[in-house]
Design a binder for this molecule. Structure first.
Ligand code: MG
Length: 384
């Protein structure tokens, strides 16, 4: 049962018995972004992705830690995740215990959802690979076409922004998100809205405003936005409820939500009408499904956020979106927006209707290409 009394959306997964793990490796790869990605908090130019590789009786599985090398989006970094995984989480992984029991052990470690998700996702992908079934099937969910959405970073000029939105519209993305920050907001949104009056459009402030900006934020109401994401502090829930009472535009929480308890609290006080579930930030796929299930029961929309992942994390997000409650287009976009060459064999592409197919094959579907990983490796170590 969830804290709110609804039955768990994943009882079969909680009962899943963990296999013996023969080897655990952490491999960090560096992939240059095709263009810098700017937000109100930082501009990223490369993706340093820490990957986990599990091996069990000849079957391997890869997962991706969604932390950055820096603590500018979240407090976790690749270095803290490595420390938490190596010193605290891995010693708790024993063959014969269930995934639900492992989650119970992990709860003793406070926070560090990205580190926890790396281990839990790797175990789920390993079991799917062992059974020869797609990850979504292991999650108990039927395949479906996944909606697409593009997140456009801060640009230097209106023209540059409009060109990026134009490209997204031409591609058929189901919605476009634009980053905003104090002073780079109303005029920029107006420029996009004037050019694209019907476009499903939203903005993300990554916590750049405070309640003293309420008058300015209320002016976003005139642009018929799907939502404004994380307008106030990354750690706040209560002031978002105050702001939501003052605004017509739906507030979506991202950074503030670290698990089901946060989501339930935020919903109960009206702090948001939509939640961005990043599976890494909330500790993995099971907790993501619990949040989406709870939100759906409360009439709150959910979508899957992105962390500019490589093809491994991107595929995990795609499989997650088959779960109940993921009704809104997420930040799942084409690989070609980010990298010239990914580390998996199937790049994410949109079909003519703007949808994304689940990669075909066992586990995440996409096949991890060892030679491409080798080419991009900047650190590697065997933990077990
Ligand atoms: Mg966000």
């Amino acid at each position: 049962m969830t804290p709110t009394g609804r039955p768990s959306p994943a009882p079969g997964l909680e009962a899943l018995v963990l296999p013996r793990i023969d080897h655990v490796d952490l491999v960090t790869v560096r992939l240059p972004f095709l263009a810098p990605f700017g937000t109100s908090v930082h501009v990223w130019t490369v993706k340093d992705a820490m990957l986990m590789r599990l091996e069990s009786q000849g079957v391997t599985a890869w997962s991706e830690c969604v932390s950055d090398p820096d603590p500018f989006y979240a407090y976790e970094t690749n270095t803290t995740a490595r420390h938490i995984i190596s010193d605290f989480l891995l010693p708790l992984v024993e063959p014969g215990i269930t995934l639900g029991e492992l989650e119970g052990r992990f709860r003793r470690v406070r926070g560090h959802g990205m580190a926890k998700a790396t281990v839990e996702n790797a175990l789920l992908i390993l079991v799917a690979n062992q059974r020869g079934i797609p990850l979504h099937e292991l999650l108990g969910r039927p395949a479906k076409k996944i909606q697409s959405g593009l997140s456009i970073g801060l640009k230097d000029t209106h023209d540059e922004l409009l060109r990026a939105v134009e490209r997204a519209v031409a591609k058929g993305y189901h919605r476009v998100k634009m980053k905003v920050k104090k002073g780079q907001d109303l005029d920029w949104v107006r420029a996009v809205r004037d050019r694209f009056p019907e476009l499903p459009l939203m903005v993300d402030a990554n916590g750049d405003y405070s309640l003293s900006d309420t008058d300015r934020l209320r002016r976003l109401d005139e642009f018929n936005l799907m939502m404004v994401e994380q307008p106030l502090s990354y750690s706040d829930i209560i002031e978002h409820a105050t702001l939501q009472r003052e605004m017509n535009t739906a507030i979506c929480l991202d950074e503030s939500i670290h698990g089901l308890a946060d989501a339930a609290a935020a919903i109960s006080i009206g702090a948001c009408r939509i939640i961005n579930v990043k599976q890494g930030r909330v500790g993995g796929l099971l907790e993501s499904m619990r949040i989406a299930h709870h939100a759906a029961g409360c009439g709150v929309g959910v979508w899957s956020g992105g962390m500019d992942e490589t093809g491994i994390g991107r595929a995990v997000n795609i499989h997650l979106q088959t779960a109940e409650g993921f009704t809104l287009p997420g930040d799942t976009s084409e690989t070609a927006n980010y990298f010239d060459e990914d580390i998996v064999d199937q790049p994410v592409v949109l079909d003519a209707g703007g949808f994304i197919d689940i990669p075909k094959g066992p586990g995440i579907g996409a096949r991890v290409m060892p030679e491409r990983i080798l080419k991009r490796t900047i650190a590697a170590e065997r933990l077990r």
